[in-house]
Design a protein around this ligand. Structure first.
Ligand code: ADP
Length: 538
């Protein structure tokens, strides 16, 4: 029999310290200068922080410690210190409203909250609404006196023996970003996060190596920064943390030599023009890990063809720690044409080892499995040792979990014979018109191929005759005065049946984004309804 001891995050931290002590963590500060130190220094401060938190005398094992912070070294220190003392790290989504966050803080019962300088003013609004009295500021000021992070650390001992007796202890609490209704909490354990770290560090998944310089642009409050703070340090990679306000991503890559970066498609669409002007300066960048929303095929092609940066499309959920599938080409794909390769890479990818997927349809006797042939569309369900079995503080319901132990993702997908999954839509976003389904994702991907279209979101709106009809909301790449609805309709007609063509193409200046940078279709629907009502009234 093998040795059996708990899998905990302390092992990741100690491995980084012993084996990769000289590797560096570099943070972009608000004045655009850098803070940089190595893993040895980081680990020493993590131990001080562990003692400092205990000395506050408010934290018992399992208590939640909130963070209201951007991607910085202090936040990284908290990512380790809090779980390794047996408490639960709860990164708060700073882009939610104070009212939404107050509800979350109340539910999580955060005992202490650590606040980043970048957000002190904004935090005041939340502070008025919550009961948590122990607030630690990364920096204090006369306007924001209180407990100062550096002072706590300087007064604390740098010796701490980690002791997590049970790998099934909770280590982190993250709320979904709320794209589909109110955010729900997901509680990770040491074991689940440890196993997720091993899984994503495989060569065919994130594939991080000791030689990498990893830059998570995904906020540390979005699904544990996709596990990168743990995966990078276990691999011994350098890390670059962009702070709250990176003015120029191309500069950041050029100055730090970042090799792998991660973020939602919106970010990569926004910085593409900047990066394409600086090809030489960003030559270290080898891979982008992109997820949270479908990466448009046109953008994948632009990065790979024009910038020589490999795009790895990942799909996951807060509920899955978050990685579920990863899109890399198989050996057998190497001889395909570029166009074929990009078509495959635009899919959300194959389940990473340890994750099981099934396509299902609900029948009167429960769920029936559907075939993997790339065509049959079904509800996507998952299982893995790092997938939630329930939401925090909510009794599991059949809306989210099946009786035989699978998570109902709320996504509608196909899976092909090779196991590549492709999201057709979120179940709630799928447009049902005259009894048939219309995929907003497929329409969006096609519209983005039109040179006049910069951004697009397709939504379903109620229709008396058909139940629902699609409307495309578009931002244009350049000012056009004539109505281009017909042109866009004809563009879509080449690929899709007539009933798929949106009834309206609404041109806007900007598509609203959710707190983690996804297209905010709920907000769009509200805006459209409001303007329709106004029109009717006038
Ligand atoms: P929320 O459910 O509030 O948006 P998450 O950020 O956890 O919170 O979102 C998970 C969902 O994001 C998935 O169920 C899926 O619909 C969507 N998603 C994640 N990655 C991708 C991707 N690569 N392509 C398409 N959709 C994705």
């Amino acid at each position: 029999m093998m040795m059996n001891y708990p899998l905990t995050l302390a092992q990741i931290l100690e491995h980084a310290r012993h084996i990769h002590g000289s590797k560096r963590v570099t943070t972009l500060l608000p004045d655009q200068t850098f803070h940089s130190y190595n893993y040895t220094a980081l680990c020493e401060r993590v131990k001080r922080l562990a003692n400092a938190i205990m000395q506050l005398r408010v934290i018992q094992p399992g208590d939640r410690v909130g963070t209201y912070a951007s991607n910085t070294y202090q936040h990284l220190e908290l990512y380790y210190a809090v779980p390794c003392i047996g408490a639960v790290l709860h990164p708060l989504n700073v882009r939610l409203t104070a009212v939404q966050l107050a509800r979350i803080v109340q539910e999580a019962e955060d005992k202490v909250i650590f606040v980043d300088d970048a957000f002190t003013k904004q935090f005041d609004k939340l502070r008025e609404k919550i009961e948590c009295k122990q607030i630690v500021h990364f920096h204090t000021s006369s306007a924001h006196p209180g407990i100062a992070y550096e002072q706590l650390l300087s007064e604390a001992d740098s010796v701490y023996s980690w002791d997590i007796p049970d790998e099934n202890r909770a280590m982190g609490l993250c709320y979904t970003s709320g794209t589909q209704g109110e955010p729900r909490g997901v509680l990770y354990t040491h074991r689940s996060m440890f196993l997720h770290t091993l899984a994503v560090n495989q060569a065919d998944v994130f594939g991080l190596t000791e030689a990498d310089v990893v830059m998570p642009l995904v906020p540390m409050f979005h699904a544990m920064a996709w596990g990168l703070p743990y995966a990078s340090m276990f691999a011994g990679a350098d890390m670059v943390l962009p702070g709250a306000n990176p003015v120029c991503i191309a500069d950041l890559i050029a100055e730090t030599g970042a090799t792998v970066a991660a973020g939602v498609p919106t970010i990569w669409a926004r910085v593409y023009p900047e990066l394409s002007k600086r090809r030489q300066d960003i030559s270290t960048l080898r891979r982008l890990i992109v997820g949270g929303e479908a990466m448009p095929p046109t953008l994948i092609e632009a990065y790979e063809k024009n910038l020589g940066v490999e795009i790895c499309h990942a799909w996951g959920m807060t509920e899955m720690s978050p990685t579920g599938t990863f899109s890399k080409l198989r050996g057998a794909h190497q001889n395909l044409s570029d166009a074929e390769k990009w078509r495959i890479k635009a899919k959300q990818g194959r389940p990473i080892p340890g994750v099981e997927l099934r396509l299902a349809t609900e029948t009167s006797n429960g769920f029936t499995k559907l075939p993997w042939n790339g065509e049959v569309v079904g509800e996507l369900q998952v299982r893995s040792p790092w997938t939630a079995s329930r939401y925090y503080n909510i009794e599991p319901t059949t809306e989210h979990f099946t009786a035989d132990g699978w998570l109902r993702t709320g996504d509608i997908a196909t899976v092909d014979v090779d196991g590549y999954m492709q999201i057709v839509d979120r179940a709630k976003a799928l447009i049902r018109s005259g009894g048939e389904s219309i995929s907003s994702v497929a329409l969006e991907a096609s519209l983005l191929k039109h040179p006049s279209v910069l951004e697009v979101a397709v939504i379903g709106v109620p229709d008396e005759k058909w139940g629902e009809r699609p409307i495309a909301v578009v931002t244009l790449s350049q000012r056009i005065h004539e109505d281009i609805s017909d042109t866009l309709g004809q563009h879509l007609a080449v690929e899709f049946p007539k009933f798929w063509i949106p009834d309206q193409f609404v041109i806007v200046d900007e598509i609203p984004k959710t707190s983690v940078g996804k297209s905010d279709k709920q907000a769009l629907r509200k805006q459209l309804l409001m303007s329709e009502t106004k029109e009717k009234l006038s």
